[in-house]
Design a protein around this ligand. Structure first.
Ligand code: HPA
Ligand code: ZN
Length: 345
């Protein structure tokens, strides 16, 4: 198939996947930091990045696994210091998301990493919320924030973060779990997630990205998550697939992330089709689009390259809306928009 990788050139007679209304449910705002903005913010804040220039930084976007990416990602995050920095970052992302047809965003952020750079959670939250206000006004985008626990930091640090955000819980929609997966199983965070639920936070977790299907079971049974982020290793466990399908637990799959972090050797080996065939509610997302070679439309385009036609892609977009934490009225509005797109095919 001769389609462009950025979703901008549809097959003859077909609309661009950029026009398909969709929700983004797996997006680390820090993973949208483009090299140009990283250098601008470094200058604004007097931070010296350990890279010569934008080209040098971009040349390092060649990852062997999750950890090799995380090392660079955390290094770039040192440039983010003020609420305004986070607003600028978020608005830059929303402009790209709006151009890709995104109507609703549930956004991850990593306060423990920002704390190490001297930025408290309240500053990050205020800056990102100001970004959401711009997104709603300019592009009609809805959504909210999911605070992520960095799982390779001590559990006591996650507990301290919950103490810090408890008074701000009404400004958040949920809690997630990210960073280096293998060796940091969900079971470590059972109490943290129970506390978060007590604060009224919805629960999601990265599981089964690099670690085995057992981590997905732990996230479901011990953390009581409502969605699983990545979850692709579920493909190795038939009972788990049946459980996900029966209970309609969505997976937030990120094809270009899986490719760039070598969770799959190439897109033809990606388990997305098999997950859909097993009846799992699959959604398509961009994870850290600045680092992984494409925003969400490019991820839908990658799924098209796996052999999904426009109707099937629209079904995945509809999944993204029904799997979101939007209220019923907003979901109905966005589902109707997807169905209009299908009716015009
Ligand atoms: N996995 C784990 N942690 C992350 C990721 C991811 O894909 N992106 C940003 N932090
Ligand atoms: Zn992620």
């Amino acid at each position: 198939m001769t389609t462009s990788s950025d979703g901008s050139t549809p097959p003859p007679g077909q609309p661009s996947l950029r026009t398909l209304p969709k929700a983004e449910l797996h997006l680390h705002i820090e993973g949208t930091l483009e090299p140009e903005l990283a250098f601008q913010l470094a200058e604004r804040n007097g931070v010296v990045l350990p890279f010569a220039d934008v080209d040098d930084l971009r040349a390092r976007y060649d990852f062997s696994d999750l950890q090799s990416f995380l090392d660079l990602y955390y290094s770039c995050m040192t440039v983010l210091r003020s609420a305004q920095d986070f607003t600028d970052l978020a608005v830059a992302y929303f402009a790209r998301a709006a151009a890709d047809g995104v109507q609703h965003v549930e956004m991850f952020f990593d306060p423990q990493v920002h704390a190490a750079n001297g930025v408290d959670a309240a500053t990050v939250i205020a800056g990102l919320r100001a970004g959401f206000a711009v997104a709603e006004e300019r592009w009609g985008i809805s959504g909210g924030l999911i605070v992520c626990i960095v799982r390779d930091q001590p559990v006591a640090s996650a507990d301290a973060l919950l103490d810090e955000i408890a008074p701000l819980a009404h400004d958040l929609i949920g809690i997630g779990l990210d960073s280096a997966e293998v060796g940091y199983p969900p079971l470590l965070f059972e109490d943290v997630f129970a506390r978060a639920a007590g604060l009224g936070l919805r629960r999601v977790a990265h599981a089964g990205e690099e670690a085995p299907a057992d981590y997905v079971w732990q996230a479901l049974r011990l953390l009581e998550v409502e969605r699983v982020d990545h979850g692709i290793r579920s493909i190795d466990d038939e009972d788990l697939l049946a459980h996900l399908a029966t209970h309609r637990v969505p997976l937030t799959v990120c094809p270009l992330s899986n490719l760039r972090l070598r969770a799959v050797a190439d897109l033809s080996m990606h388990p997305l089709r098999a997950l859909v065939d097993a009846g799992v509610v699959v959604t398509v997302n961009s994870d850290d689009p600045s680092y992984f070679g494409g925003y969400i439309a490019a991820n839908y385009e990658a799924v098209a390259e796996m052999g999904f036609d426009h109707r099937e892609l629209a079904a995945l977009a509809e999944n993204s809306i029904t799997a979101s934490f939007a209220d019923a009225a907003r979901k109905a509005e966005l589902v109707a928009a997807v169905r209009e797109w299908v009716a015009a095919l």
